[in-house]
Design a protein around this ligand. Structure first.
Ligand code: HEM
Length: 263
């Protein structure tokens, strides 16, 4: 938690305070949201927020691995189900969920707006792309990668969030006299289909490439230009991304191969 605060939110807060002072002297909010700099800042702030969410999400979901025989083969998803229940029952978390969906929507809208603007500018400026010499392929494909993640999210939310929060058609399970949804069984059943497992792994790969660029780029948009610090952030970003990509991919894979599942 302290890592999240130090790396993401303290620089963001510091920036916000300085920024609000200078901002009020120069432009209106409506101008800010449509200016190039404003759009990049919105992308960076929503990006930080979504990265923080991913860290919590991967941490909570990793409790399914408690079922691995060398941890506790009788866990049967109880740790994960109880953690998910705690998240679902808390009013604060439910309110934050709305913030999360708003964050996704803002990030997507501003992302497309920046891409369209860049394309238009490129159309009137240097027509020849610098290709490999200019940047990595994934840095030039952020909109495509973002679209793939968006498609993944539609499928993903319909698999788990909708039955758990909207339609409530999941098997019940009781721990300490408290009844909750058996999301663990739902996950296990979902990941018995090879096509779904492949789509999840592809979704996670798209997310990883999106973050390879997005992580350090967000800091750059927030005004970090020191080369040494940016290099450090890039390396940290790669490490963070690889770690969450491996954990997320192992979830569908380990359930498909029955390393993790009901006993
Ligand atoms: C690949 C492994 C993943 C698994 C097994 C997984 C599992 C789940 C489950 C079980 C829920 C429902 C939680 C509940 O209703 O209590 C959920 C919700 C959600 N997941 Fe994932 N997830 C994975 C990856 C991702 C990724 C990569 C993203 C983002 C790019 C993501 C974004 C979301 C969102 C936005 C929600 C709804 C909000 C929430 O419930 O907090 N998930 N996921």
């Amino acid at each position: 938690m302290s890592l999240i605060i130090t790396f993401f939110w303290l620089p963001a807060l510091n920036f916000a305070l300085n920024f609000s002072n200078t901002f009020t002297r120069f432009m209106k909010w409506s101008q800010f949201f449509t200016s190039v700099v404003g759009r990049k800042i919105v992308m960076a702030l929503t990006g930080f927020f979504l990265i923080s969410f991913l860290l919590v999400h991967v941490g909570l979901n990793s409790t399914i691995f408690n079922d691995l025989s060398w941890f506790d083969k009788n866990d049967n998803g109880s740790m994960f189900n109880r953690a998910a229940h705690f998240m679902g029952a808390s009013l604060v978390i439910r309110i934050m969920e709305f913030g999360l969906f708003a964050g996704f929507i803002l990030h997507i809208i501003q992302g497309y707006a920046i891409t369209i603007k860049n394309r238009k500018l490129r159309g009137t400026g240097y027509k020849k792309s610098l290709g490999e010499r200019g940047s990595k392929w994934y840095s030039r494909s952020m909109a495509i990668l973002g679209t793939l993640i968006f498609l993944f999210l539609i499928m993903h939310v319909s698999h788990f969030w909708v039955p758990s929060r909207i339609t409530h058609n999941l098997q019940p399970v009781t721990y300490n006299n408290i009844e909750t949804h058996n999301l663990f069984i739902k996950m296990y059943e979902t990941f018995q289909q090879p096509l779904i497992v492949i789509l999840y792994v592809l979704g996670v790969i798209a997310l990883a490439y999106h973050l390879f660029h997005g992580f350090h780029s967000a800091f750059r948009s927030m005004g970090v230009h020191n080369k040494k610090y940016l290099r450090l952030l890039t390396i940290f970003g790669y490490g963070f991304t690889i770690m969450i990509a491996i954990l997320f991919s192992l979830m569908p894979i380990s359930m498909y191969f029955d390393w993790v599942g009901p006993n």
